[in-house]
Write a new protein. Structure first.
Length: 139
């Protein structure tokens, strides 16, 4: 099989994915939706995922020139936080620190949410969503 660029139906004009990248994305999607990741997670010890966000806004494409592609849309961010609140155990970085130091245990499927850059939208857009769904975050 040769390496060739393929245009995905949902891709924007001029944005191409190389065939192996597309296959990697399909494989990830299949693994996540199959439940295999959940089964494999039961065989390892307690741990936590730390999710790192930068910017959340109504239309991240409007700031793409200045920020690159580090922003999430309000709709996507809200759905991700609702998923975390429903299917995982959101924890604070302080809880993870205490776990690492051996002072406490973490619940299964622990996940922490962080924001790196201190953009104003973190407080104006993301914080109210986090409060609404009950997900702690570090800014």
């Amino acid at each position: 099989m040769t390496l060739e660029a393929r245009r995905l139906p949902h891709a924007e004009p001029m944005k191409m994915l190389v065939w192996p990248d597309a296959m990697k994305n399909v494989t990830k999607t299949i693994l996540l939706h199959s439940g295999l990741v959940n089964v494999m997670g039961r065989f390892r010890g307690r741990s936590a995922a730390i999710l790192m966000y930068h910017s959340v806004m109504e239309n991240p494409r409007s700031a793409e020139l200045f920020l690159g592609e580090i922003g999430h849309s309000l709709r996507v961010f809200r759905s991700q936080m609702e998923l975390l609140a429903d299917k995982y155990h959101p924890v604070s970085l302080e809880q993870i620190q205490n776990f690492v130091l051996g002072n406490t245990e973490l619940p299964p499927r622990s996940v922490a949410v962080t924001f790196d850059d201190g953009y104003q939208d973190n407080y104006e857009v993301a914080a109210p969503i986090l409060k609404q769904v009950g997900v702690p975050a570090t800014f």
